[in-house]
Design a protein around this ligand. Structure first.
Ligand code: B12
Ligand code: SF4
Ligand code: SF4
Length: 345
């Protein structure tokens, strides 16, 4: 039986995707930006991006017969306040995307259901693979091409109806499906995200220097963070939402009541001192099934120590003593961060 784009979209909605569109598996001009971006050192130590650049430049390098990319998105926003609205005394922010269950698992289950249906409906000729985040696909470019929204100046995919708090995923396939009309840029003259970024990581509209982004510094950097950048790790202790918090398209962003995205107790309105006081064992439990486990215990403890450097003296001592008391403090990356934070003026 022939599979139509409308039938794919209906099935995508049925298995739990909030948005679905079709892009051609083609040479979209924005894909080519990746090469220059990496050459400029914007990827920092995320070497996996350069290692898979060939595939990322064109999905047909991963699936030769690919003709369509089914792009899907899931809204993860909740009705909790934004970090840029102001945090309480001693409070810090964990990125909204990491409050609940690891999105990779949730989206993969839904993509598998969609793929199973495609396979049952299209029959034996189907060739396809699915992706969410970690596959060799530049997801925002395909999402824009599939009409799910546009890539904003903050480089996030923004949907005019629901905002940008979206996880993206794809089915790359040899099915010939009617493509959608690409999303249209609606940033206009706005520069709120560039103005609000605490590290000036958005070096120009649509251009992010990941090496300066707090999300990269707190999640991706494996060892010690370059000394000059450590003071920037303050309230945003894991990931960063500021350039989305301030975006006018998120002012009335849609919210989801899906249990998977609701904040775990530890991340609801966390105080830095309390996060430092959590034992290693408590952290291991809190990280189970969470996207935060990408950073792992040591990187998290390291970022908490950097952040504690900004606390008033008495609280700083309390926070650093608590970090020092746990076995993870024996790791040099944590130990060095505690020493650095303790010797800050
Ligand atoms: C590496 C990576 C990061 C890096 C680099 C981010 C970046 N902007 O490049 C870091 C660690 C910093 C990061 C942070 C975050 N990430 Co991230 N990340 C990725 C990943 C794995 C690859 C992105 C990539 O290839 N970057 C390289 C750049 C060059 O490519 P690009 O972002 O697609 O940019 C395109 C356009 O912007 C355009 N372009 C670039 N420069 C210019 C300049 C001009 C003039 C023009 C016209 C166009 C243009 O071309 C580029 C394509 O080549 C994707 C998943 C994936 N496989 O795509 C998730 C992904 C982009 N991340 C995601 C999320 C949720 C985040 C965070 C919100 C998490 C957080 N709260 O901390 C932040 C957001 C920070 C931000 N403002 O982007 C989501 C984004 C969802 C959305 N609505 O957009 C994705 C899609 C994961 C997913 N499956 O849901 N991330
Ligand atoms: S996530 Fe934070 S640090 Fe990164 S670009 Fe956005 S505002 Fe800047
Ligand atoms: S804050 Fe303004 S410039 Fe930045 S992405 Fe949103 S609309 Fe675009």
């Amino acid at each position: 039986m022939a599979v139509t784009a409308d039938a794919v979209k209906a099935k995508a909605a049925e298995v739990g995707f909030d948005l679905c569109g079709i892009a051609l598996a083609d040479q979209h001009p924005k894909l080519a930006r990746l090469t220059e971006w990496i050459a400029q050192g914007r990827a920092g130590e995320m070497e996996y991006l350069a290692a898979s650049a060939q595939e990322r430049l064109d999905v047909r390098h991963s699936l030769r017969s690919a003709t369509s990319v089914i792009s899907v998105a899931v809204l993860y926003n909740t009705d909790r306040p934004y970090s840029a609205e102001g945090l309480g005394a001693g409070q810090v922010a964990v990125s909204r995307y990491a409050w609940g269950d690891d999105y990779h698992g949730v989206l993969r289950t839904r993509l598998r259901a969609l793929l199973q249906w495609l396979s049952d409906t299209a029959g034996p000729g189907l060739e396809a693979f699915t992706c969410v985040d970690d596959g060799p696909v530049q997801e925002r470019v395909y999402a824009e091409a599939a009409g799910l929204g546009w890539i904003g100046k903050n480089t996030c995919l923004i949907n005019p109806g629901v905002g940008s708090w979206l996880f993206l995923g794809e089915v790359v396939t040899n099915l010939e499906l009617e493509p959608d009309i690409p999303g249209v840029d609606q940033c206009g003259t706005c520069t709120r995200c560039l103005d609000a970024c605490p590290t000036e990581a958005i070096v120009a509209p649509y251009e992010l220097d990941a090496a300066k982004c707090l999300s990269y510094l707190t999640i991706e950097v494996r060892g010690a963070v370059e000394e000059s950048l450590r003071p920037a790790i303050r309230e945003q202790v894991y990931g960063c939402d500021i350039c989305q918090d301030v975006c006018p398209w998120n002012r009335r962003a849609a919210t989801s009541t899906t249990p998977a995205w609701q904040p775990r107790d530890e991340f609801r309105a966390p105080r830095l001192v309390d996060l430092c006081r959590m034992s290693d064992d408590a952290w291991v439990t809190a990280l189970k099934g969470s996207a935060m486990k990408r950073a792992g215990l040591h990187r998290l403890r390291r970022s908490l120590a950097y952040s504690a450097a900004g606390l008033p003296p008495a609280e700083r001592t309390m926070a650093l003593d608590a970090l020092r008391a746990q076995p993870s403090a024996r790791a040099s990356v944590v130990a060095d961060a505690i020493i650095w934070a303790g010797t800050r003026p």
